[in-house]
Design a protein around this ligand. Structure first.
Ligand SMILES: [Zn+2]
Length: 415
């Protein structure tokens, strides 16, 4: 209509509407349109309302436009209130996320798993929960596997990030915009909570990614991990033919630098020595274990007392209790990574202690975990010697926060 008015400027004098609410729903639009038409020399007339260009007509129009706006707002409030009420009782009122399908009310639930895509979504979570893949790696795998959106499009990396954080997959409705927080949905979860929370821990960095840097070349576990002290690039490894026909493995720097060229056996021997030097003695670990246990029991008692004194707080805790258990399991995973006293300080300052429910306190087998640490840590160098490439790279990351450096024929101290 507007195009017609514009192209026929000067020949159109009136636009007649049946009722003003049909003219424009928003008050702002109404007046913008009116001045636009006026600039084309066009007045409006309503078939059912007394508007014209007189003072009374203009006032009338203003009142009517405001009513139109009001009517519109009430409608949208009502829709929003209706959706909020539905969400509150566990009905998902929006488009189903990938892995679910929306179903009619007669099903008794709002979503059912999409038989075609649900297994793919489960695989994504399980894969990411291992902490062995970066989001990009996993997304590439997902795209290769042919999992698409309902429109048949490949998943975008943003959609993938959102998917990994969506609590709907554990049957939880959380829509802050509608003031609906953490309600149990009327549909079945697609995932176990353990997998979901493990994924959240990996996403937030509470559990370190242990994605091995190189998956190939098991011959050179220290490749890229030990750096050249001259040019600071990671060493690479290769096999070369010796003078007497045999093949020799060595680590070396890039051709443009060549500052380091060291036999594989020698560098790995030096590395094992270094590990042996760093690995805590059984006596030290025993002390560490006792300190952690003391702090643990103190905290446990303190938290229990705190919980008993305040029932209001207890209610809040039980709501966040699931989160707390997962948080504390990530705490546990970081204990073996720390071989110094900071582990104690870490335990003392950890927020998990403060926000944990009593039942979760009982479930966490701290003694068991520490016993494991006591068995494993003092033997780190042996473990490294006998481990697979994958395990070796993880162990390296566990012990050294930064890479080692190599100069001439020696390993420069990394820490
Ligand atoms: Zn170099």
């Amino acid at each position: 209509m507007l195009t017609y008015c514009r192209t026929n400027k000067g020949r159109v004098h009136f636009v007649v509407v049946f009722i003003l609410t049909r003219f424009a729903r928003e008050k702002y639009d109404h007046f913008a349109l009116r001045s636009h038409l006026k600039s084309l020399g066009i007045s409006r007339r309503s078939a059912t309302e007394p508007i014209d260009d007189t003072a009374t007509g203009k006032l009338m129009e203003g009142v009517l436009a405001s009513f139109a706006q009001f009517d519109n707002d009430v409608r949208s409030d009502r829709t929003k209130a209706g959706m909020k009420a539905a969400l509150e009782i566990g009905r998902w009122t929006f488009l189903a996320p990938i892995g679910y399908i929306n179903v009619p009310k007669s099903f008794g639930k709002s979503l059912i798993p999409d038989p075609e895509r649900a297994p793919g979504v489960r695989r994504i979570f399980e894969g990411f929960a291992t902490g062995q893949f970066t989001q990009q790696e996993l997304l590439a795998q997902v795209r290769r596997s042919g999992l698409t959106t309902r429109k048949g499009l490949p998943l975008s990396s943003q959609a993938f990030g959102t998917l990994l954080q969506n609590p709907l997959y554990i049957g939880i409705i959380d829509v802050p915009d509608y003031g609906v927080r953490w309600k149990r949905g009327d549909f079945e979860p697609l995932l176990g909570e353990d997998v979901f929370y493990r994924v959240q821990a990996v996403l937030s960095g509470r559990v370190q990614l242990t994605a091995p840097r190189q998956r190939s070349r098991p011959d050179f576990p220290l490749r890229g991990f030990v750096r050249c002290s001259v040019c600071d690039r990671g060493l690479t490894g290769s096999w070369s033919k010796g003078r007497h026909g045999g093949r020799y493995a060595h680590y070396h720097c890039r051709p443009t630098c060549r500052a380091v060229n060291i036999a594989k056996a020698r560098l790995e021997g030096l590395f094992v020595d270094e590990l042996e030097r760093l690995q805590p003695t059984p006596g030290y670990i025993r002390l560490l274990k006792e300190s952690i246990l003391t702090v643990w029991h103190e905290r446990k008692t303190a938290v229990r007392n705190e919980l008993e004194t305040s029932s209001e707080r207890r209610r809040r805790f039980s709501r966040s209790s699931i989160v707390s258990t997962k948080r504390s399991s990530s705490l546990v995973q970081s204990i073996p990574k720390r071989t110094d006293c900071s582990a104690i300080g870490f335990a003392r300052n950890s927020p998990s202690y403060r926000s944990i429910g009593t039942s979760q306190l009982e479930e966490l087998d701290v003694e068991g975990i520490l016993a494991f640490v006591e068995r494993v840590l003092p033997k780190a160098s042996d473990l490294w010697v006998h481990a697979s490439l994958d395990q070796r790279q993880r162990l390296q990351q566990l012990f050294f926060r930064r890479e080692c450096r190599s100069r001439e024929n020696a390993l420069v101290e990394p820490l």
